[in-house]
Design a protein around this ligand. Structure first.
Ligand code: DX5
Ligand code: ZN
Length: 231
C-alpha cells in the first residue's frame, strides 16, 4: 500500500460528530491518514469505541486508518485492528508486555507498527529498538481528551528520535498528538516530527480543507534540519 509522503496531517476523529461519522470522514478527505483514537476507560479515563466501529470506519473512510490504541493489554487486542486493515496500529509502550514482539506481529499482519509514549515516559527504551517500529508517537498532551494545551517540554524526545533515526538511516515516522495547531505545529516540525495529529484544530475550523492545507504548509516550512526562514 502506498501511503502519503511527509509532512502528513492526520485529523483525529475524536473531535468529529460521532453520529455523523461518515459525513465528517468525507470532510477530511484532503488530509493524509485518519487518526482513530481507541480508549478503554482503563488505560485512560475516557471511552470511545472498539473494533466494531473501527471496522465500519475502515469500510467508509476515503483515507487509510492511523489507529491509536489507548488501551490496557495491547498485546492481546492490537492485532485485531491490524486484521481489520488499518494502515497503522499504534499501542502504548506503558501498556505493552512485549513491545518488540507485538510490533513484529502487527507487521506480519500487514500494518505499520507504532509505539506511543505519554509525556512523562522516557524515550530511551525506544531508541534502542528503533528498527522494530514504523512509527513513534510522542504524546504532546496527557492522553485521554482532545482540546488540551501542547506541552513543549516533550520536544527533546523528538530531537533524540530524529537524531537516532538519521544515525540508523531508519524510515520511521515521528508523530505528535495533542494540542497541535497553527501556533504549535512549527515547533514540533522543527524538533523532528513528520506526522501531525490534529483534532480540534481541524474540526473546529470554518474551512476544514483550507486548515489542513495551512497546517501542512507550516509543517513543510518548519521541517527539521532546514532553515525555516528561507521558505
Ligand atoms: C488525545 C488523543 C488525540 C486528540 C487530540 O488523547 O490521542 O488524538 O484527539 O486532540 P487535539 O488535537 O484537540 O489536542
Ligand atoms: Zn490520538
Amino acid at each position: 500500500m502506498s501511503l502519503p509522503a511527509a509532512p502528513r496531517i492526520n485529523p483525529s476523529i475524536l473531535s468529529a460528530d460521532f453520529v455523523n461519522m461518515e459525513r465528517d470522514l468525507g470532510r477530511i478527505a484532503g488530509a493524509d491518514l485518519v487518526h482513530v483514537d481507541v480508549m478503554d476507560n482503563h488505560f485512560v479515563p475516557n471511552l470511545t469505541f472498539g473494533p466494531q466501529m473501527v471496522r465500519r470506519i475502515q469500510d467508509t473512510s476515503p483515507l487509510p486508518l492511523d489507529v491509536h490504541l489507548m488501551i490496557a493489554d495491547p498485546d492481546r487486542w492490537a492485532p485485531e485492528y491490524a486484521e481489520i486493515g488499518a494502515a497503522s496500529v499504534t499501542f502504548h509502550l506503558e501498556a505493552a508486555a512485549d513491545p518488540v514482539a507485538l510490533a513484529r506481529r502487527l507487521r506480519d499482519i500487514g500494518a505499520r507498527a507504532g509505539v506511543a509514549i505519554k509525556p512523562g515516559t522516557a524515550v530511551d527504551p525506544i531508541l534502542e529498538h528503533l528498527d522494530a517500529f514504523d512509527q513513534v508517537l510522542v504524546m504532546t498532551v496527557e492522553p485521554g481528551f482532545g482540546g488540551q494545551s501542547f506541552m513543549p517540554e516533550t520536544m527533546p524526545k523528538l530531537r533524540a528520535l530524529a537524531d537516532e533515526a538519521r544515525r540508523r538511516d531508519a524510515r520511521v515516522w515521528l508523530q505528535v498528538d495533542g494540542g497541535i495547531s497553527m501556533d504549535t505545529i512549527g515547533q514540533a516540525a522543527e524538533a523532528g516530527a513528520d506526522t501531525f495529529v490534529a483534532g480540534s484544530a481541524v474540526f473546529g475550523a470554518a474551512d476544514i480543507d483550507a486548515r489542513i492545507t495551512q497546517l501542512r504548509d507550516l509543517a513543510r516550512q518548519h521541517r527539521h534540519g532546514t532553515d525555516s526562514l528561507e521558505e
